[in-house]
Every structure is written in C-alpha cells, then in structure tokens.
Design a protein around this ligand. Structure first.
Ligand code: HEM
Ligand SMILES: *[C@@H]1O[C@H](CO)[C@@H](O)[C@H](O)[C@H]1NC(C)=O
Ligand SMILES: *[C@@H]1O[C@H](CO)[C@@H](O)[C@H](O)[C@H]1NC(C)=O
Ligand SMILES: *[C@@H]1O[C@H](CO)[C@@H](O)[C@H](O)[C@H]1NC(C)=O
Length: 332
C-alpha cells in the first residue's frame, strides 16, 4: 500500500477512536443543570416529591437508591442499564448478574414512580439515567447529607447485559490498592473513592458479605482488624445466616440512618463492617482521607458532593447516543 494512503487510514482510525470514546470531561461538559428547563421545567420538583414520599413509606429506599446509582455508573456508564428487568428481555440483563448483590426493590420502585409522574407531565423527555441521578442526590439530602446540583442530559442505554458486570464493581475481598485501580479506570481518584465509600454511613449489608471475618477466620477466630466486642456481637447477630440469608447488619452501627461522618470515625476503631471498609484504613494512601473525613464533616460533605458529580459523568451517553426510554425497566 502506498505510504500516503496508509497514513490517511491511520489518521482516520484516530479520528474514529476519538469520536467513539469521548473523555469524561467532554461528556460532562455536555451535561447541564438547565437541560430540561424548557422541555420539563418541573423535573426536579417532581422527582423530589415522588422519592420523598417513597422514602417516608419505605425508609430503606434512600440507601438502596444510592447504591443503585453507583452500580449503574460503574457498569457501562450512568445509562440506567442496571434498571432493566430480567422479565422484560430474553437476553440476561445486568440485574441478572447482580442477583447476588441483592439490589433493593424499593430503589427500583422509587425510580419507576418518578418516571411515571414525569411521563404524565412531559412524555418521552426525561431519561431514566437522569432520574436515578436526581433521586440519589435528593435521598442523600433527606438523610442529612449534602445537597448539590445534578448535571442533566444523560441518555439511556439500548443494551443491558449480565456479562458487562464482571470486573466493573468492587468486591469486599479486594485490597484498597485494587479498588483504587478499579476506580481510576472510571476516572475517579483515591480521594474521591474514599469520599464515595462514605455512602456506607447508611444502609446495611447481608451477613454473607462479612461472615468470613467473624466465623472461622484463620481457625476459629475473627479478623484482628475488627474491634473484639463488635466481632462477638456480629457472631451473635448473624448466627444462622446460612439458613436465613436475609439477616443483615447496619453498615454504620453508630448512626445507621443518618448521612454523617460516623462511618469514617468507625474505621480506626475496628467498627468497619466490610473487609473493604477496613482496608481503606489499613492502606496509607486512603487512610489520610479517612482521617480527614473522620475529623471534619464539612470536608467529607464537600468532597462527597464533588465525587458524586464526578460519578454521575462516568461513561455518560449524550446528544444522539442512546435513547430516552419510556419505561425504565424495559429496553425499547
Ligand atoms: C469501595 C468499594 C465498595 C464495596 C466493596 C462495596 C460493597 C458493598 C456491599 C457488599 C454492600 C452490601 C450489599 C448487601 O449485602 O445487600 C454494600 C452496600 C451499600 N453500598 Fe457499597 N461498596 C463500595 C462502594 C460504594 C459506593 C461508592 C457507594 C455509593 C456511592 C456505595 C453505596 C452503598 C450503599 C448505600 C449500601 C447499602 C445498601 C442498602 O442498604 O440497601 N458503596 N456495598
Ligand atoms: C450467586 O452465588 C452463588 C454461590 O456463591 C453461585 O453459585 C451463583 O452462581 C451466583 N449467581 C450469580 C447469578 O452470580
Ligand atoms: C473475590 O471473590 C470473588 C467471588 O466472590 C472471586 O471470584 C475472586 O477471585 C475473589 N478475589 C480475590 C482477590 O480474592
Ligand atoms: C474542615 O474542612 C473544611 C472544608 O475543606 C475547611 O474549610 C475547614 O477549615 C476544615 N476545618 C477544620 C477544623 O480543619
């Protein structure tokens, strides 16, 4: 092949690569707080009203929705792909792979209700991905956490596939270093990662997620990173968890339903529930941020708000990419 032609093909390939893989910054730049100001001016009020009512009826909604938002963004970008129901498609969607991760029904329901209200007010306009981002933000505020603007204009996925999940979500058995590598792949710094992990100031975990730390750890002991009294209490509370897999423990045993900095205060005391929580304290590059947030709630809230905005830009589809789905649990 003639040299000039080869060079042309090469630059074409570069151009295409640039066009199909926009950086987070470029995508973020296309999101805006006023995205629906003409097409659906009451969007924020409508989402807020619906999720506030849902949270009053089912207080586990808030933590569940926050976790759902995180999982949506980490698997194929913040595109509502996590919302697709296994019942709606013959291909196995993300949720099928996440069954063991027990994503909470109330969170899906909160988004579905907000979507129904928005389809009545402004049909075919507001994406499910934006609704999830708004709902997560509102619910953090309801629990006492920071309020912050949500940049809008995300489009919904046309694809949701169970095989996309593997390798994209952190696991409790990962080292802090491995978690930092995973978050870095999503454009999230160690500091932002620690701030986001502060979400474990609310909600709960099933006993199976940390049972190895309290039953038969190196013989018949418990993980030495755990406070001994806490470890004994967990043994008692989780007794029989294999027969009753619903048994669960608050992530922040001190103030379980309040969004505050107690999660970070717990870690140096051996009161982190998951091995991944404890790991953030054991690893020097993340420990500095744990200490900072434990000492200063304002620093945590400021960083959490900024990190949530970053999280909300991961892999977003904008403009002509993706669609606005009519129903959040169905691909159409
Ligand atoms: C850093 C690595 C992380 C790991 C290894 C991890 C792992 C887990 C696990 C195993 C559970 C318990 C699930 C269950 O038993 O039902 C959980 C719960 C939770 N996670 Fe994470 N998580 C991480 C980061 C995050 C982030 C970044 C957020 C959000 C910004 C988040 C939000 C939550 C919430 C709110 C819950 C409670 C859910 C509920 O009560 O329904 N997590 N996490
Ligand atoms: C869920 O966990 C069980 C036991 O750990 C495993 O056998 C099963 O394959 C997992 N299911 C999915 C959908 O990952
Ligand atoms: C963590 O656990 C998962 C399954 O729960 C397993 O596939 C993986 O190999 C484990 N990773 C490490 C680092 O132990
Ligand atoms: C707490 O953090 C905030 C925000 O970073 C900072 O402005 C303030 O000075 C800090 N307070 C103390 C006591 O360090």
């Amino acid at each position: 092949m003639a040299a000039p032609l080869r060079r042309l093909l090469l630059s074409l390939a570069l151009l295409l690569a640039a066009a199909t893989a926009p950086g987070a910054a470029a995508a973020a730049a296309r999101l805006s707080t006023s995205y629906y100001s003409r097409s659906c001016p009451r969007v924020e009020q409508i989402v807020s009203d619906v999720v506030t009512a849902k949270q009053q009826a089912n207080p586990s909604t808030a933590a569940g929705t926050l976790r759902l938002f995180f999982h949506d963004c980490f698997v194929s970008g913040c595109d509502a792909s996590v919302l697709v129901s296994p019942l709606s498609t013959d291909r196995s969607p993300e949720r099928a792979a996440e069954i063991n991760l027990s994503l909470p029904g109330d969170a899906f329901d909160a988004v579905a209700r907000a979507k129904a209200a928005l389809e009545a007010a402004c049909p075919g306009t507001v994406s499910c991905a934006d609704i999830l981002a708004l709902a997560a933000r509102d619910l953090v505020g309801i629990l006492g956490g920071p309020r912050f603007p949500v940049y809008l204009g995300r489009r919904d996925a046309r694809r949701s596939d169970a095989t996309d999940v593997e390798g994209n979500l952190p696991r409790t058995n990962m080292s802090a270093r491995a978690m930092a590598v995973l978050f870095a792949r999503k454009g999230i710094t160690p500091r932002e990662m620690v701030a986001l992990a502060g979400a474990h100031t609310v909600g709960f975990s099933h006993c199976s997620e940390f049972a190895h730390r309290v039953y038969g750890y190196r013989g018949d002991g418990y993980d030495p990173a755990l406070n001994p009294a806490f470890a004994r209490a967990l043994r008692t509370s989780c007794a029989g968890y294999e027969r009753d897999p619903t048994l669960s423990i608050f992530n922040d045993i001190v103030t379980p339903s309040v969004f505050d900095e107690l999660y970070f205060k717990n870690l140096p005391r051996g009161l982190g529930l998951l091995a991944s929580d404890a790991a953030l304290w054991e690893y020097a590059p993340t420990r500095v941020f744990v200490q900072r947030y434990a000492d200063n709630r304002t620093a945590f809230f400021d960083d959490f708000a900024a990190a949530m905005q970053r999280l909300g830009t991961v892999g977003v589809k904008t403009g002509r990419q993706g669609v606005v789905r009519r129903q959040c649990d169905v691909l159409d």
